[in-house]
Write a protein that binds this ligand. Sequence first.
Ligand code: TYD
Length: 221
Amino acid sequence: MSRGMFVTFEGLDGSGKTTQLRRLAAVLEAEGRRVVTLRQPGGTPLGDRIRAVLLDSKSEAEVGVIAPEAELALMFADRAQSLKQVILPALAEGAVVLCDRYTDSSEAYQGAGRGLGTERVLALHKAVCNDVQPELTVLLLPPLERALKRARRRNDREVKSSGTDEGRFEREGEEFYRRVHEQYEAIARREPKRVVMFAEEASIEAIGQRILEVVRERLRG
Ligand code: TYD
């Protein structure tokens, strides 16, 4: 049985991480590896319901403004469920698990963006997720301005085409995203072995190739 590996993808909304995750999954699957992909919040039936509450702008009309602490707790409820139901069983079977966002997102968005603080997020991670961390985190962090532009365009397109608005997070102001961006940089500095950061402007292909090299290296090691 080949060795399992837990890889997460992180970055601002509109950073291209979902595209890179899918490309990597396709390449590894073509090589005959078992690959499990999921996103957070979501990825389990319970998680999908939590996701709908957290991301749908309309849910604010139903449940009122979600308190930052409640938002954080819901993110971790989702994470605990996907660890137990999807991530840990897949790793035990030797799969490569590719997860679109994980605890770094909570540290960046709730910890820094909402101002709840890193300590609180990491304490919850320990308590709720048994401190399970990915072996590798691919952090796509292009310059802030570019990421913001893409996120806005995408949100407008989605509202027009499907009528649903998952844009609660994307309506946050620039200052919010600046704090998120800075926290991601801080995480990368703090954990250089786990976090591989792509901050430069490069083509999807070039970044994809580099990600593949890093993943292959780690799978060998
Ligand atoms: P999603 O639609 O998955 O977009 P993206 O492609 O940007 O990942 O949206 C997830 C949103 O949820 C995104 O704005 C970040 C936010 N989020 C948090 O604030 N904290 C978290 O712990 C996670 C997992 C996501």
